[in-house]
Design a protein around this ligand. Structure first.
Ligand code: SAM
Length: 473
């Protein structure tokens, strides 16, 4: 019920021009943002169709729900994946189901169409033409890419081998390829549904956009390393990191949001991740000098962002208030830079990936440039030369991603590496201090011992030494 109440609330605000879908969904702090985002987007897309159905069946009078609540419920009942809640709303919708289905069937006959999608206004249908491939990351903690390919082949999909060009990712239904950039990624036709598939339910595959696979792939921490995932929930990148680390080493994952962490915990369990340590904690309050982080050499920083790169094609018609949007971007960028500076303060850090699903330079290149300026011991690594979309000048070492140039959601990734120890080192930890004090003490002890031995050596030896000394000229 919470999902529908929240979706209806957001839809109402969107329809009364109080904000954009992406912004409102991200600000809602709902546990499953993707699910909420998809429900609001799809309902909005079918808004005029749903309104007609609701009015023709007089649903509002008979149920006393509001129009936006009726829209999200009718959408999921007739077009989406079925009502996903229990309680009074489920009972109510089940009671009116037959009448609503009949009204939908009448509407299709009247418009001479067979599919629900054909009922959409032509402007929405045109925007729907831009569809992203369905990306499937093989979870190498549970299976291999070859085994997953074999499974899909037995399941009736036809395998076309490894893609060579971006155009090869334009696939027909029931065919798939291996991605040209990421070796553990399979690519299927848009909207291929896997949520009910055995491999998905068993955690052998993860449904993750290609761009969002880049951060862990580029950070590439070796097995047995110590890694921090600073803003980790719901944990797709954490599970990717664990797979790259072969479940060996230590993976500290932090998030502020308890609900998202609990979802994450379930996802990691399903994915067979074992090397992680989840903490419900503000990353900015994690102490870099705490001895437990003394061996952390890798950080993945994927902080909260505007989400402006997440595609909800053709539906987000409401223009955001520019002043409010600018203020929001400024606040986000300040938070992102604080996170970046904090992460760069871990004493043994060697490599850090910074990523966002935003298209705004304020949250991307500008944050990274400021971070580099304030931490001169780090520099940018030139990423994937074959990647077609680069960071905006002068940060062309970074990657950008978009629906048009990379067939993904909008995204940004930068990789920073330490190149000098002389600057931007965090103050040493207590353990490091005591180790250094002990080393100095030991060195001095050796020195005084030598002097003592020399001064107290037997007199005979000293005399002999004197005899052997060359005569003075
Ligand atoms: C973009 S999402 C991370 C997505 C995640 N990396 C993944 O791939 O599944 C940003 C996350 O940062 C968390 N967050 C925001 N502020 C934080 C803070 N100060 N410390 C830790 N986590 C924070 C949010 O709760 C949210 O879950």
């Amino acid at each position: 019920m919470a999902l529908y109440a929240k979706a209806a609330d957001i839809l109402e605000k969107v329809e009364s021009k109080q904000g954009a879908v992406k912004t409102l969904v991200f600000e809602s702090k709902f546990q499953n943002i993707k699910q909420l985002f998809a429900l609001v987007c799809e309902t909005q897309k079918y808004s005029s169709v749903l309104q007609e159905l609701i009015e023709s069946t007089k649903l509002l009078k008979q149920t006393k729900v509001k129009m936006t609540q009726a829209k999200v419920l009718v959408y999921d009942l007739l077009i989406g994946q079925g009502i996903k809640c229990g309680g009074p709303w489920k009972v109510m919708m089940t009671k009116h189901r037959a009448r609503l289905e009949a009204a939908l069937a009448r509407m299709k006959i009247k418009q001479k169409v067979t599919k629900n999608r054909d009922l959409l206004p032509s402007s929405v249908q045109q925007a729907e033409g831009v569809l992203l491939p369905r990306y499937v990351r093989v979870n190498t903690l549970k299976t291999t890419v070859d085994d997953a390919v074999d499974y899909f082949k037995r399941d009736g999909f036809s395998y076309l081998g490894e893609a060579n060009r971006l155009d090869d990712l334009d696939l027909k239904a029931k065919s798939f390829v291996r991605d040209l950039h990421l070796s553990d990624l399979l690519v299927f036709a848009p909207k291929t549904e896997f949520h009910e598939h055995f491999l998905y339910k068993a955690g052998h595959i993860i449904l993750q956009d290609k761009a969002s696979c880049l951060p862990a792939f580029l950070l590439n921490p070796p097995a047995n390393s110590h890694v921090i995932d600073a803003c980790a929930a719901p944990g797709n990148k954490t599970s990717h990191l664990a797979a790259i680390m072969k479940n060996k080493g230590r993976l500290f994952a932090f998030d502020l949001d308890a609900k998202r962490l609990s979802t994450m915990s379930t996802l990691l369990l399903r994915a067979g991740v074992r090397c992680h340590q989840l903490a419900h904690q503000d990353f900015l309050k994690v102490d870099p000098s705490d001895p437990q982080y003394k061996d952390v050499e890798y950080v993945l920083l994927d902080p909260s962002c505007s989400g402006s790169g997440m595609v909800c094609l053709g539906t987000d018609a409401s223009p955001p208030d520019p002043e409010r949007e600018q203020r929001r971007l400024g606040n986000l960028a300040a938070f992102q830079l604080r996170c970046l500076n904090h992460a760069l303060g871990f004493p043994r850090l060697q490599r850090l990936v910074y990523s966002t699903c935003s298209v705004h330079t304020e949250e991307n290149e500008k944050v990274v440039a400021a971070g580099l300026q304030q931490n001169p011991g780090f520099r940018l690594v030139h990423l994937l030369p074959v990647w077609p979309e680069r960071g905006l000048q002068p940060l062309s070492q970074c990657l950008r991603a978009s629906t048009t140039k990379t067939l993904t959601h909008g995204f940004f990734v930068a990789l920073l590496e330490r190149h000098s120890d002389a600057v931007s080192r965090a103050p040493p930890s207590l353990e490091e201090c005591s180790r250094d004090i002990f080393a100095i003490f030991f060195f001095n002890l050796q020195f005084f011992l030598k002097i003592y031995i020399l001064n107290n050596a037997p007199a005979k030896k000293r005399k002999r030494k004197k005899k052997r000394a060359p005569p003075m000229q």
